[in-house]
Design a protein around this ligand. Sequence first.
Ligand code: UP5
Ligand code: MG
Length: 194
Amino acid sequence: EVASDAQIIFVLGGPGSGKGTQCDLIIEKYGFSHYSAGDLLRAEVASGSEMGKDLEATMKEGKLVASSVTIALLKKAIANACEAGKRKFLVDGFPRALDQAEEFEGKVLPCKLVLFFSCPMKVLQKRLLKRAKTSGRADDNKETIQKRFDTFLNTSMPVIDHYEKLGKVAKVSAEPAPEKVFKEVEKVMKANGF
Ligand code: UP5
Ligand code: MG
């Protein structure tokens, strides 16, 4: 079971905005448990399961997999960590659509904070094309990157707008170097009692 006193931060931002990079830095300093929805999906693909084949095809199109899949993976991971005594969680790259946010909050827990990494798409494209040379990620190619951007702008940005209205969003520019971005993250963490 997910503990009712668990604290969840949604870490959001466009493809390549540095969600994973900043989560690593947050873990080092603040000792959170980190779950990347994308990493959990890629692990499922790598397992070679039948479901993994469908997931791979969806991700290659830059589309969103069914929220029942991501929520089940996240809930299981968070519940296991709660049983091991963990209470602070970074949920990276989820929710990516408004209905996913609502479903997660109903089935798991409301988030305490949304950490939003903002960055122009031009900068993100450059980063992802560079990473494409070594990442081996099936969605790191020019065509899929464009589709990921389209999905982000059309479907995922409304999630940010929704939480902004609730006063839960801390927006940080993801354009400077990682250490500089993290300085701003530290301010946000402090302001939120971490
Ligand atoms: N880098 C990082 N920070 C930098 C900085 N400040 N300055 C310069 N360079 C910087 O970083 C990306 C690259 O940029 C790296 O090379 C890094 O060194 C450099 P990273 O930290 O990996 O950024 P991140 O935001 O984590 O990028 P990622 O590619 O993981 O973002 P996506 O949101 O595209 O990928 P994700 O894994 O979350 O999702 C992949 C796909 O899974 C989705 O497209 C979708 O099909 C599916 N999905 C769902 O369907 N549902 C979900 O809930 C989640 C995923
Ligand atoms: Mg990532």
